[in-house]
Structures are given as structure tokens and as C-alpha cells.
Design a protein around this ligand. Structure first.
Ligand SMILES: Cc1cc2nc3c(=O)[nH]c(=O)nc-3n(C[C@H](O)[C@H](O)[C@H](O)COP(=O)(O)OP(=O)(O)OC[C@H]3O[C@@H](n4cnc5c(N)ncnc54)[C@H](O)[C@@H]3O)c2cc1C
Length: 389
């Protein structure tokens, strides 16, 4: 039986099995919390075992390599404002596209509120896949398309969470250096079903459909992100993340996939050629690398990764500053620890009618006020620190 190892607690939904199946017998369908899980159609399955060979479960240790060095990076052009942190992803993707390659990365689809990986082959398409979407993305159709491009001799860069990159690496062994990958430092992926329910609740409150959503709006500065919701009636809402029910549940790890609690990639050994993250706490460790417009942390893990970053630096206006690797690991929790399991998770994931009420009940009303206060104290502290430097 294919995918016997694949239980709700272990499967990451990376989509490698569905992408490689020669009979299209595997579909990723929503399971607990709307997270995608593979289901095999026994009428189509011929038992070839391709899915088992592509599945990265059990091969994690062999896929991880220690990070060699860290860098603080930002795009000196307009790409930075359009990105979640410093825009490192955009600069690296542009190099691949300029060389005739393609990029497989995640785009948000509204009003459904789904995140899907998609293939981008020109610079105009990059706008759709820039920025972090704190949701589990659907990968299988894009992976199939990417494999088609690789078979035609093209180069394809994949960007995704470490578990998705693990699937990519298992799928692309025959293509070697033509299939580089960037993984993201990831503290877990939140429930797609909870996000959809939360969007519908926000739409009811605003009296209009959602038109734009930014998980990390930088208008108050990168150090002080806010959630931005834009509605068809012209209304725009910006919220401190800890005061937004979806983001508050995510920050407290109440809405993430089961397998995230046992994630083998919450470590400084990485699965991608490069790792992309936010260079958090850079204001205190290297104030010269922080102007509040966004600083990416990039970990170089392979020779191919070093080359990608070097090419991006040579081809585009990209600032790359040496950053202490040990400090990077110490200040970015998912590089050293897994998220803790919380009992309230079940009640939050089950609340698809009134998610906001369920989240605040689970977190306690005081969480809202504490989140609000912490955001403002941090903001004032940052300005105070800047004036002293
Ligand atoms: C679910 C998730 C959790 C994260 N957790 C952390 C964290 O705890 N600490 C930290 O420092 N950084 C985290 N990051 C990474 C961070 O948010 C930025 O993506 C990273 O700093 C790169 O920023 P950038 O400006 O270089 O690129 P951006 O332009 O912001 O590009 C982001 C890249 O990530 C891809 N992407 C976006 N959303 C998804 C998704 N849902 N699934 C797969 N790929 C996606 C995009 O397609 C794009 O390629 C997380 C990202 C995600 C998606």
C-alpha cells in the first residue's frame, strides 16, 4: 500500500507524492483544519512505489546540511518595499529568471483566501509571489509543472517551507544544480480552514468582500508589522498582529499543522541551498543593518546557494553584510526549537463559525491588551534606541 507512513501527525502535505504519481492517483484533499493530506485513488493506483520514493518522511537527516554562514541582506532598489523583509527572495528570483529559468513560489488567491504555489517565468509575475503568506500553500500542480520544465532542460528555483523543500529535493535528484531551493525559517503553517472562516467573518463585519490582504504590512516600519485588510467598499483595516484573531492564534501556535509540532527542520541544519528569514533583533545587534525598512537574514548552506547569492549581488543592487551565524540562530526561535503543543488548539481549529470568539476565549481577553501594549512599548523603545545610537 503506498504512503503507509502517511498519518495526520507526520505527513507535512509537501505534495511530492501527488506530483510524481504517473497515474494521477493521488490528490491532496483537506483534512483536519483544512490542511492538505494525500488520498490515494485505489482504482488508479498501480502500486509502482514512486510516491514512497519521493516522500521525504524518514529521510530528513540526510537532507539537512549545516548552515555555513549568515548574511544580512536587502534590495537597494524598489523590491524591498514590495517584500516582507529585505527582499532577498526577489533579487535571487530575478537572477534565475534573467538566466532563462523559472521560479516556483507561493501566491495568495482572494477572495477564497487560498495560497498556491505557481510558476513564474517573468519579472512581472514576481509581484504575485513576493511576500510571506502565513498559511499552508498547495504545491502539487505547480510541482508537476516545474518537473515538466526541468525535463525540458530549464532551471527552476523552488521557494517554500523546509518540509516543502524536502519534497522538492527528493523529486529533483536527477536534475542536480538546475533545481536550487530556498527554504524559509518557519515556525509552522496555520490552518487554511481557519483563515477562510476568519476572512468570511471579517467580510461580514465590513459589509463587503475582501480585496487585499497583507499578513505583514510595513507601513509603520518592518520592526512593527501590522495585518492589513482591504475591502471592496474602500475600507482598510490595519491591526497590530497580537490584536488580530488569526495572527494572534498563529503567534501562539494554536492554529498550526500537527506535523509542525514535531518538525525536524526547526534547526540550524537546513534543507535548502539558501535559507530566508527576517533578521530579527538586528536593531540591537547590528544597528547599522537596520533602517526599519526590512532586513532579510540569509543563511548559505551549499556551494550552489553561495553562487545564487553572489550572482544576485553582482547582477542587482543588493546589500549583503556579514552577520554572526550563532547570533542569527539565537535570535530566531525556529532555527533551534519546535513550537510547543497547546491544548486549546482543538477548540480554535473547530471554530469555523465564529473564529474570533474562539481565539479570544482560548487566549484570554488580556492577550489583546498585552499584545497592544507590547507592540507600543517595542515601538517607543526602538525610537529611543535609535536616538541614542
Ligand atoms: C509560513 C511562514 C512562516 C515563517 N516564519 C518565519 C519565522 O518564524 N521567522 C523568520 O525569521 N521568518 C519566517 N518566515 C520567513 C519570512 O516571513 C520571509 O518570508 C523571509 O524573511 C523572506 O523575506 P524576503 O523579503 O526575502 O522575501 P519575500 O518577498 O517576502 O518572499 C517570501 C517568499 O516566500 C514564499 N512564500 C510566501 N508564503 C509562503 C507559504 N505560505 N508557503 C511557502 N512559501 C511561501 C514566497 O513565494 C516568496 O518566495 C516565514 C515565512 C512563512 C511563509
Amino acid at each position: 500500500m503506498p504512503l503507509e507512513r502517511c498519518a495526520e501527525g507526520t505527513c507535512t502535505g509537501c505534495g511530492a507524492c501527488a506530483a510524481i504519481c504517473p497515474k494521477a492517483a493521488i490528490a491532496l484533499t483537506p483534512g483536519e483544519g483544512g490542511f492538505p493530506y494525500p488520498r490515494v485513488d485505489p482504482a488508479r493506483c498501480v502500486g509502482c512505489g514512486a510516491c514512497d520514493r519521493a516522500c521525504p518522511l524518514g529521510a530528513e537527516a540526510a537532507l539537512r546540511r549545516p548552515a555555513r554562514r549568515a548574511a544580512a541582506v536587502w534590495d537597494l532598489g524598489e523590491g524591498r518595499a514590495a517584500s516582507t523583509s529585505g527582499g532577498a527572495f526577489g533579487a535571487i528570483a530575478r537572477v534565475v529568471i534573467a538566466g532563462g529559468g523559472a521560479v516556483c513560489a507561493a501566491a495568495l488567491e482572494l477572495p477564497e483566501g487560498r495560497v498556491r504555489h505557481t510558476i513564474v517565468e517573468d519579472e512581472a509575475g514576481l509581484a504575485r509571489v513576493r511576500r510571506s503568506k502565513y498559511l499552508q500553500s498547495e504545491t502539487a500542480p505547480a510541482l508537476r509543472e516545474a518537473l515538466g520544465l526541468l525535463r525540458k532542460g530549464r532551471r527552476v528555483l523552488f521557494v517554500g517551507t523546509p518540509c516543502q523543500v524536502a519534497g522538492w529535493r527528493r523529486l529533483t535528484v536527477p536534475f542536480g544544480d538546475r533545481a536550487p531551493a530556498c527554504d524559509l525559517v518557519c515556525g509552522g503553517v496555520p490552518s487554511p480552514a481557519l483563515f477562510a472562516a476568519y476572512l468570511r467573518e471579517e467580510e461580514r463585519r465590513a459589509g463587503a468582500p475582501i480585496r487585499g490582504y497583507d499578513f505583514r504590512d510595513k507601513s509603520a516600519g518592518w520592526n512593527f508589522p501590522r495585518v492589513r485588510l482591504a475591502f471592496a467598499n474602500g475600507r482598510t483595516v490595519r491591526r497590530i498582529p497580537a490584536c488580530d484573531p488569526f495572527f494572534a492564534a498563529y503567534s501562539k501556535k494554536l492554529s498550526i499543522r500537527q506535523s509542525c509540532y514535531t518538525c525536524p527542520y526547526c534547526a540550524s541544519e537546513r534543507v535548502g541551498d539558501l535559507t530566508l528569514a527576517d533578521c530579527w533583533r538586528v536593531a540591537t545587534t547590528h544597528p547599522e543593518f537596520d533602517d526599519n525598512r526590512g532586513t532579510s537574514l540569509v543563511l548559505c548552506c551549499t556551494e550552489a546557494g553561495e553562487r545564487l547569492l553572489g550572482d544576485a549581488r553582482a547582477a542587482w543592487r543588493l546589500f549583503v553584510g556579514d552577520y554572526d551565524l550563532a547570533r542569527a540562530v539565537a535570535t530566531n526561535t525556529p532555527l533551534r526549537a519546535r513550537p510547543p503543543w497547546l491544548k486549546a488548539r482543538e477548540s480554535v481549529l473547530a471554530a469555523t463559525d465564529a473564529p474570533a470568539r474562539a481565539v479570544w476565549r482560548a487566549l484570554g481577553r488580556r492577550a489583546w491588551f498585552r499584545g497592544f501594549a507590547v507592540w507600543w512599548v517595542r515601538r517607543l523603545g526602538w525610537f529611543w534606541l535609535r536616538r541614542r545610537q
